[in-house]
Design a protein around this ligand. Structure first.
Ligand code: UDP
Ligand code: MG
Length: 328
């Protein structure tokens, strides 16, 4: 059904995935063919430095009306790559997944069934997660912290990107225009009837994770600062408690002065207290800075990503026949 309007759109961000693209193509197309519904696959090349661009072009040539390729001008991040796909989807059900085959394409049928059962957002958690112990531990801690800070964000596992959305949810997400966002959390903001299911997880087919320690921290900050002001509120609370304690301490010192008389001991204790408070002040400044930085990023209104070209086959409005287009 290559030239029909797609019913399912699969959106995949690609960053330096030259070793996995062929296998991804084989497994994904065979899984989607089995569903027997018209579909499209949108792959966004997020500024890969390897041969991904060339390989994606070949994939598009193999199935020009089903595989569309968006080429970014640089590396704008996984979520922006998905967003660019969202802006162009034609399907009614939209699936997001990773290119490295950690999300088995054979699980897509389950997600489609959940949307067809009436849900507008299908969240997922990874069953038998295949990552190293360090990553699993970091995710567990972060999921716990996030659940505590953002109780309204009901999801067990924020890191699994194999998810499904109804078209109107995707259109809403694409219209936000935010340059730093976290798609699964954004979707939940608009969902009326979300659900969550378990999906299998595999080890990376080839290559290595793009998320090192620093990128993971940045990624998690995007989630927390993008969807909650809880960290700022924590600092207001800490500030209030410390002010109260300091006030009581001053009263105590005045009392002591009258009872015991002038004292000079305890200088180092004073230093310790000062350094502790200074640490809290610096941390608070950092947290405030994270929010100010996000505001700065948004008010500059720079384009959130730059598309170099798009490989797709569109229908000619005059004859209604498919034509090959390369947009630049
Ligand atoms: N990715 C991307 N841009 C980036 C980093 C990652 O488009 O800057 C893509 C990557 O190609 C993959 C997905 O995002 O399809 C998830 O990345 P990765 O597998 O490295 O992350 P992990 O699974 O380790 O969290
Ligand atoms: Mg991965």
């Amino acid at each position: 059904m290559p030239d029909q309007t797609p019913y399912i759109s699969v959106v995949i961000p690609v960053y330096n995935e030259q070793e996995t693209l062929e296998e991804l193509y084989t497994r994904l197309t065979s899984a989607l063919d089995q569903l027997d519904k018209p579909y499209e696959i949108i792959l966004t090349n997020d500024g890969s430095a390897d041969r991904s661009s060339e390989l994606l072009q070949q994939l598009h040539q193999r199935r020009p009306s089903q595989i569309r390729v968006i080429e970014f001008n640089g590396n704008f991040g996984q979520h922006m790559a998905i967003m660019a796909g969202f802006e162009r989807v034609k399907g009614e059900i939209i699936i997001t997944m990773d290119a490295d085959l950690q999300n088995p394409p054979e699980e897509i049928g389950k997600l489609v069934a959940a949307i067809e059962a009436g849900h507008d957002v299908v969240n997922t958690h990874r069953l038998g997660r295949q990552d190293n112990q360090w990553r699993i531990w970091v995710s567990k801690m972060h999921n716990k912290a996030r659940a505590w800070m953002m109780p309204k964000l009901k999801m067990e596992d924020e890191g699994c990107m194999l998810r499904a959305y109804r078209r109107h949810i995707v259109d809403l997400m694409a219209s936000t225009g935010e340059s730093t966002t976290f798609i699964p959390a954004l979707a939940l903001n608009y969902a009326a009837n979300p659900t969550e299911i378990g999906v299998l997880h595999e080890t990376r087919f080839a290559g290595k994770s793009n998320y090192g320690f620093y990128k993971l921290i940045r990624y998690n900050f995007d989630l927390v600062t993008g969807f909650s002001v809880f960290p700022l509120q924590v600092f207001t609370m800490i500030g209030m408690v410390i002010s109260l304690c300091s006030f009581l301490f001053v009263l105590f010192l005045i009392g002591r002065r009258f009872i015991v008389g002038p004292e000079v001991e305890g200088v180092f204790t004073l230093f310790a207290v000062m350094f502790f408070l200074l640490g809290i002040v610096l941390l608070g400044l950092g947290v405030t800075g994270e929010y100010v930085g996000r505001i700065y990023q948004e008010v500059r209104k720079r384009p959130r990503f730059v598309i170099r070209n798009v490989l797709e086959k569109t229908r000619s409005p005059v004859q209604d026949v498919p034509v090959e287009t390369v947009e630049s």
